[in-house]
Ligand binder design. Structure first.
Ligand code: G3I
Length: 318
């Protein structure tokens, strides 16, 4: 028993991965690695609104239920991802089709239906995903336009009513360091908590690229959220590079994985560290950034890379 799961035991931080449900069904070595290496699983796509309600009023819970079953069998917690987002919404959900009042009712129903369906089986929900722009202003989305800024507080209240036992997170990318965007989250969380809105955690996705540099102030950043009294988590860590990979890049990547995990282990309440896919075989990165890849801790043959060893050693030292 020498994997990441074993190394993380007793540290107070769970190790997790995003799961590609097609791979989980078709690729037995992939499924075995998910079970062996990880304490928590996050559906990469199958809990998103377009996936669970492709036609209005017709739910498709099957793939997500499969993941819940897999997790239960393997003693894993599930991070739910994600309830309110600007992306991967169903095609029927448009401003042309509905009034603002109808959109509000639809969002409320979506949250009650989805959180209700999985009630008691989700450890933590990414309730609101990617709500800020880089400059710290609220992102212009269907929800902001129709409901105004209060859609965020409403989403958390509805989710909490639907499953009072789930931890509720805000989640975003480019917030691993101190910036106008992470400042905006800091201020939002402070203000929501002052109003009694049930926000329990801040998720830093951790999508990095070695060519952009590593977030040297990540510990300072996580610490200030920890000091607000919320849980923190790294929720989607991957560290891409310009291809081809070489040993210098792969080493820089390993340092990045270690840097984020060390920050997590050094604060009181960083509850999980999740990689956004553990193998390059199924990573989303090359599809979106054509010259880039090699972003995960296992290669395409499911062999561990230096990043894997660094994660394991960092857990073992904690
Ligand atoms: O399901 C369809 C399939 O029917 C179709 O044949 C195929 C053809 O392109 O597309 C499939 O949908 C794709 C879906 O992933 C499932 O594989 C979409 O095109 C594709 O855009 C989608 O990409 C996902 C992306 O979110 C969408 O924004 C990635 O897999 C997923 O890794 C990525 O994850 C996001 C997090 O949710 C939020 N944070 C950033 C992160 C990376 O972008």
């Amino acid at each position: 028993d020498t994997g990441l799961r074993a190394a993380a035991r007793g540290t107070g931080t769970k190790i997790g991965t995003a799961v590609d449900m097609a791979a989980l069904a078709a690729d037995a070595p992939y499924a075995a690695a998910v079970a062996r290496e990880f304490d928590t699983v996050t559906p990469e796509n199958v809990m998103k609104w377009e996936s669970v309600e492709p036609t209005q009023g017709t739910y498709n819970w099957g793939p997500a239920d499969d993941l819940i079953r897999f997790a239960r069998k393997n003693g894993q917690a599930v991070r739910g991802h994600t309830l309110v987002w600007h992306s991967q919404n169903p095609s029927w959900l448009t401003e042309a089709n509905f009034t603002p009042a109808q959109l509000k009712a639809l969002l409320r129903k979506h949250i009650f239906d989805e959180v209700g369906h999985f009630k008691g089986r989700i450890w933590a929900w990414d309730v609101a995903n990617e709500v800020f722009n880089e400059d710290g202003t609220l992102r212009d989305t269907i929800w902001l336009r129709a409901l105004g800024p209060s859609y965020i507080a409403d989403a958390f209240r509805w989710a909490h009513q639907a499953d009072p036992s789930a931890w509720l997170f805000l989640n975003d990318y480019n917030v691993d360091w101190i910036s106008p965007k992470s400042d905006a989250y800091y201020n939002l969380i402070k203000s929501l908590r002052r109003q009694g809105v049930p926000v329990h955690g801040f998720g830093m996705q951790g999508h990095l690229g070695i060519q952009y540099g590593l977030p040297g102030d990540v510990l300072e950043n996580v610490r200030r959220f920890d000091a607000l009294g919320v849980k923190t988590a790294f929720t989607e860590v991957d560290i891409r590079m310009i291809l081809p990979a070489d040993s210098t890049k792969v080493q820089a990547q390993a340092e990045g994985f270690g840097l984020l995990l060390r920050a997590c282990l050094l604060v009181r309440n960083c509850v999980s560290y999740t990689v956004w896919g553990f193998t390059d075989k199924y990573s989303w990165v090359p599809g979106v950034f054509p010259e880039e890849g090699s972003a995960t801790p296992f290669d395409e043959q499911l062999q561990p890379k230096p990043a894997y060893d660094t994660l394991r050693e960092t857990f073992l030292l904690a």
